[in-house]
Design a protein around this ligand. Structure first.
Ligand code: FES
Ligand code: FES
Length: 158
């Protein structure tokens, strides 16, 4: 089947097997930030934004992406600069082995963009990221990263 979609701001046309997950398609395109973890929608390692909504791509068929706008962690780096969320993850030491990080960054990005103008509580952040598992950090640094990302995002022009 033929699909048209936008990935990180560029338009693409793909011929896809109707059984492929979007995770398979994106990884085939070299977008290795889309991690293959559990493959059953439990760990969040494969999270990208689809029309702004954090989505587990292992349980989302590639054909459903027709007409959609997809963002992955690769596309968040603009002119060599990390996004506010990516920078906050670095600043707060919320990255250890890094396997969960791209998915968490995208889930966090969705929250930061959705709740602009509202300061999220720790509980809201933890609830918002409940679908993304991290074996290393214990989550405290991740919560701090999202809090800092909200501040950096406010300071970012445009
Ligand atoms: S690999 Fe998709 S949720 Fe775990
Ligand atoms: S940093 Fe290792 S799984 Fe999260």
């Amino acid at each position: 089947m033929m699909i048209n979609c936008t990935i990180n701001g560029r338009r693409y046309q793909f011929t896809v097997d109707p059984r492929w997950s979007l995770m398979e398609l994106l990884r085939q395109q070299g977008l290795s930030s889309v991690k293959q973890g559990c493959s059953v929608g439990e760990c969040g390692a494969c999270t990208v934004l689809i029309d702004g909504i954090a989505t587990d791509t292992c349980i989302y068929l590639a054909v459903w992406a027709d007409g959609k706008s997809i963002r992955t962690a690769e596309g968040e780096v603009k002119n060599g600069e990390l996004s506010a969320v990516q920078q906050a993850y670095v600043n707060t030491g919320a990255v250890q082995c890094g396997f969960c990080t791209p998915g968490l960054v995208m889930a966090s990005t969705s929250m930061v963009e959705r709740f602009r103008g509202k300061r999220l509580t720790e509980q809201e952040i933890r609830r918002g990221l409940a679908g993304n598992l991290c074996r290393c950090t214990g989550y405290s640094a991740i919560v701090k990263a999202v809090q800092q990302a909200q501040l950096l995002d406010e300071e970012t022009p445009g």
